[in-house]
Design a binder for this molecule. Structure first.
Ligand SMILES: Cc1cc2nc3c(=O)[nH]c(=O)nc-3n(C[C@H](O)[C@H](O)[C@H](O)COP(=O)(O)OP(=O)(O)OC[C@H]3O[C@@H](n4cnc5c(N)ncnc54)[C@H](O)[C@@H]3O)c2cc1C
Length: 432
């Protein structure tokens, strides 16, 4: 992969429309191949060039500033990486690999900046997965805005007392039939882009007796009376990414802002009340689809730390020879590389399965996120060790990478929750 690509004026290469390079004869479904096609290689190189020339040089500054990096996101919009078209292009690849490939490169550049660029995708994916065609057409472009008028979006599910336990959600949405409006009340916690986003996708309970099966998702523009940002969170890592509470106080939205529409919701609730299975739960559906991509982000951080510590170990001399000549160091690097490649295989498999709607019978999406998150935390910690005292300072990037990596054990389902999901899937039993 070239590391010299300048992206200042480079637009995205054309989308990989052909499953052709990865299509097996007459089968409609693209086969899984680890041999990337030319379109994928071009996109990977393009993302890497942007990460190297724009993100890496800006990473330290925005980590210290702890504020949303609008100028960096504007740069991403200029080359088509940030925006509706860019997102559509990443999702278009029928093999499902372009999305993790590009995410890995961007987060190799920097995770805080990467999250600021890709954080809007979660709301867009929720709208794509649960919205009607009209809602998709209306709201997804608004999640990103346009190059001259950038917007960002937020997905708000977590609450102070409902993190891992989504069923404990207290935010309610009540239907005012006379006005055909929904009225939302509650407090959302930890929302990436919360309060500074133009569009918020908010998950709320329409029937608390049904637990998470009584949840629905609503689109709320920021200029709606009754929605406002609460406390901004000061974080351990991904500090360029904005995280905040969001308060909803008699916040009224038109009936049309319920994702999927009322008829579909009523049908689903009726099924649940009859004791039948509900096809999807609002927050869970969004998280399931995004887990392999989140795993790819963790991989990008892990690879960055591995590459940095490999170079350092070859340069740093102690006892008259480069420290890599000690097996203790060399074996650590060998394991880092092995773990990263193993995690990538899980991420690619799950991405391919997700894109081709192959059921995650063994929770392969969760496996990919669990493994990649743990590999990122372990690799970045070992990278600090290889750099010794330097690794522990802010003069070197591996301490930032370590702080950034830790979130991948926590958000979009903690490592424990991923194991719970996998354990239930492989056993078919109600493990708690
Ligand atoms: C930087 C950041 C960004 C975020 N962005 C968003 C966002 O955009 N939108 C959003 O909706 N949320 C977001 N979140 C919230 C995130 O998804 C939650 O923090 C996460 O789901 C964990 O919930 P919690 O923090 O309440 O932890 P808790 O659920 O309180 O968990 C605490 C500990 O208990 C463990 N635990 C809990 N239940 C079990 C169990 N049954 N078995 C074993 N162990 C268990 C957990 O694994 C964890 O180790 C974000 C969080 C952070 C920190």
């Amino acid at each position: 992969m070239s590391t010299e690509t300048s992206t200042e004026t480079t637009e995205a290469p054309e989308a990989a429309e052909n499953g052709a390079a990865a299509t097996n004869g007459d089968l409609a479904q693209p086969t899984f191949s680890m041999e990337l096609n030319q379109d994928q290689k071009d996109l990977q190189e393009w993302a890497h060039g942007f990460a190297e020339s724009v993100l890496r040089p800006a990473a330290h500054e925005w980590d210290e500033r702890e504020e949303f990096p609008w100028p960096v996101v504007e740069e991403a919009a200029k080359i088509g990486l940030y925006g509706f078209d860019g997102m559509a292009q990443l999702f278009a690849d029928p093999t499902g690999l372009t999305l993790p490939l590009v995410n890995e490169e961007i987060f190799w550049g920097d995770a805080g900046l990467g999250m600021s660029i890709f954080g809007s995708t979660l709301a867009a994916v929720a709208i794509l997965g649960q919205g009607t065609p009209e809602q998709i057409g209306e709201w997804i472009p608004r999640c990103f805005g346009t190059e001259g008028d950038l917007k960002i979006s937020a997905f708000c599910s977590s609450e102070p007392d409902a993190g891992s336990d989504v069923s404990a959600m207290r935010t309610t949405a009540k239907y005012d039939e006379a006005k055909d409006e929904w009225v939302l009340n509650g407090q959302k916690a930890w929302a990436t882009n919360g309060g500074i986003a133009d569009v918020h996708v908010v998950v709320a309970s329409v029937d608390r007796d049904l637990g998470s099966r009584g949840h629905a998702a609503f689109v709320i523009p920021i200029d709606t009376p009754g929605i406002e940002q609460g406390a901004k969170v000061k974080k351990h890592g991904i500090r360029a990414s904005h995280t905040a509470d969001v308060h909803l106080d008699d916040c009224r939205v038109p009936g049309a802002n319920l994702l999927g529409g009322k008829e579909k919701l009523d049908e689903r609730l009726a099924r649940v009340r009859e004791g039948k299975k509900s096809k999807s739960q609002a927050a869970m559906a969004t998280f399931e689809a995004s887990r392999p991509t989140v795993g790819a982000q963790a991989l990008g951080i892990a690879r960055a730390a591995y590459e940095y510590s490999l170079d350092y170990a070859k340069e740093r001399v102690q006892f008259g020879r480069p420290i890599i000549e000690n097996q203790a160091i060399a074996f650590t690097l060998a394991r880092m590389k092995t773990e990263i490649d193993a995690a990538r295989l899980l991420v690619w498999r799950a991405s391919w399965m997700g894109r081709n709607q192959i059921p995650f019978e063994n929770a392969e999406g969760s496996m990919s996120k669990l493994k990649a998150g743990e590999v990122a935390v372990w690799t970045t910690e070992r990278a600090i060790q290889i750099l010794g005292g330097n690794g522990y300072t802010r003069e070197y990037p591996v301490e930032r990478m370590h702080r950034d990596a830790k979130i991948y054990d926590i958000f979009e389902g903690t490592a424990e929750i991923q194991q719970l999901v996998i354990a239930r899937a492989i056993s078919g039993m109600k493990i708690s």
